[in-house]
Design a protein around this ligand. Structure first.
Ligand code: PLP
Length: 459
């Protein structure tokens, strides 16, 4: 089967793809939320290609039933969004349009990314002094933000890391209460090293940093630069650092404030929860994800900073054949870049501020409802108050192996998928609500599945 032949039948191919996509999406509420990976026979590279239609059939036959329903309503593991209809439409068009959003000059696509960043700024009530870029997710956004912070810290010491490297820069402490694991990954990638992260005590029973401990540590630095990493939505409990207090401390002691708001930044959408982000506008850099609460398909995240010049010092790329100094490729690790902004633009325009207000409020209310169910069951124990959209709980009295056995049984049951963690030294379980399609009707299904699995699988 030749490429030319496929090209002649493009419309049929797109229709078959449409049918496959539609069937999958329609199955999301009923297919198992998660599937344990299976060992399958290896694929063999065909000498003569199959053509798209047969390749599609072969894929569906071998793999499709084993895909998880992670974009569906009861996949509550990690922090997993789905894809709104508008985001899906946008994402399909990204592949069809196939624009390279690295440099300005021959397509309006870069303008769309800049406009989308403006829409996000409005959604999060961020001042215009913040600018940024789309990246592949919050890990990459944390990487970009900390690279900019590193540039700032070295500049304070009279050095330019982007030109001279880290060779003569003393370690710059990175301080936080409960940074996400991706912060450590970013520190490793940046050559700053995971060990530069200093974990400060958190407030009793909380994942929010103890500000007095932070103040003492910053004071002890005697004016040396430091980077403070704040959580706006901690991954296990959804807890928030007090950004206003942290921003004041950073101002007093001359530290950089990075806010990781991978999902928690969306608290800004709901007037009842926007107070959790008070002080955000004093941050130096901010991370958020698109593929979580914005509900655009993987992979999508964005980074904002108030220090675009420093940001661009790190990521600038110069060559005679490349474009000018304002291109978006000077803001991200990639040079050639996917048109990631389009699904975000589509969903923001399609559902607007009120759509996201309703979505965020609903997810938070669902988390509360699930927590009430957990609290009223003797089989479970709620470990932390629900501050936003995450329920952190334990199987009463269970040790790690029992918890893991329970989660495996729950996965095999298929109605709901949850993921493990530890909280206050206990083997814990977390449920994160960010999917646009999760509704009140899912809560009894979730609670019944939990009860049944606990009854049947835990002694
Ligand atoms: C607070 C926080 N930061 C960063 C990340 C990493 O996000 P990603 O997997 O999109 O890179 C997550 C993921 O859950 C998160 O919750």
């Amino acid at each position: 089967m030749s490429l030319q032949n496929d090209h002649q039948h493009l419309n049929d191919i797109l229709e078959a793809t449409h049918a496959a996509a539609f069937e999958f999406l329609e199955s999301l509420a009923t297919r198992p939320a998660g599937r344990s990976p299976q060992v399958l026979p290896h694929d063999i590279l065909p000498e003569e290609g199959l053509g798209v239609q047969r390749a599609l059939s072969a894929f569906r036959e071998k793999y499709e039933a084993l895909l998880s329903a992670s974009p569906g309503p009861r996949y509550l593991g990690f922090v997993t969004g789905g894809s709104t209809p508008a985001a899906l439409a946008g994402d399909w068009l990204v592949s069809a349009y196939d624009q390279n959003v690295g440099s300005d000059g021959d397509s309006i696509a870069t303008t769309v990314e800049r406009e989308t960043l403006g829409l996000l700024r409005a959604l999060f009530a961020l001042p215009e002094s913040f600018d940024g870029a789309f990246v592949s997710g919050a890990t990459q956004a944390n990487f970009v933000a900390l690279a900019t912070a590193r540039q700032w810290a070295a500049a304070r010491l009279g050095m330019d890391v982007s030109e001279q490297g880290l060779w003569n820069v003393p370690p710059v402490p990175v301080l936080g209460g409960s940074p996400h694991a991706s912060i450590l990954k970013a520190l490793s990638m940046l050559g700053m090293g995971r060990q530069v992260m200093e974990y400060l005590p958190c407030l009793p029973g909380r994942m929010a940093v103890d500000q007095e401990a932070l103040a003492r540590r910053l004071a002890a630095l005697n004016g040396a630069p430091a980077i403070v990493v704040a959580s706006a939505g901690e991954v296990n409990t959804g807890d928030f650092d007090d950004l206003e207090a942290l921003a004041a401390l950073c101002q007093t002691y001359g530290a950089w404030l990075h806010v990781d708001g991978a999902f928690g930044l969306f608290a800004a959408c709901d007037p009842a929860r926007a107070h959790l982000l008070r002080g955000l506008d004093a941050a130096d850099s901010i991370t958020a994800d698109g593929h979580k609460w914005l509900n655009v398909p993987y992979d999508s995240g964005f980074v904002f900073t108030r220090h675009l010049a420093l940001h661009q010092q790190v990521f600038k790329v110069s060559a005679a054949y490349l474009g000018n100094g304002t291109d978006l490729s000077h803001r991200t690790p990639e040079d050639s870049r996917r048109f990631r902004a389009l699904p975000a633009w589509m969903t923001l325009m399609a559902y607007g501020r009120s759509g996201y207000r309703e979505l965020v409020a609903r997810c938070c209310s669902l988390a509360q409802q699930m927590a009430q169910g957990i609290e009223s069951s003797p089989r479970f124990e709620l470990l932390a108050p629900v501050r936003l959209n995450i329920v952190c709980f334990a199987l009463s009295g269970a040790h790690v192996a029992q918890r893991d056995h329970f989660l495996q049984a729950l996965k095999e049951d298929g109605q709901v998928l949850l993921t493990p963690t530890f909280f206050a030294g206990k083997p814990a379980i977390r449920a994160a609500f960010v999917n646009w399609s999760t509704s009140e009707q899912d809560i009894p299904l979730i609670l019944n599945a939990l009860e049944q699995c606990a009854r049947e699988h835990v002694q």
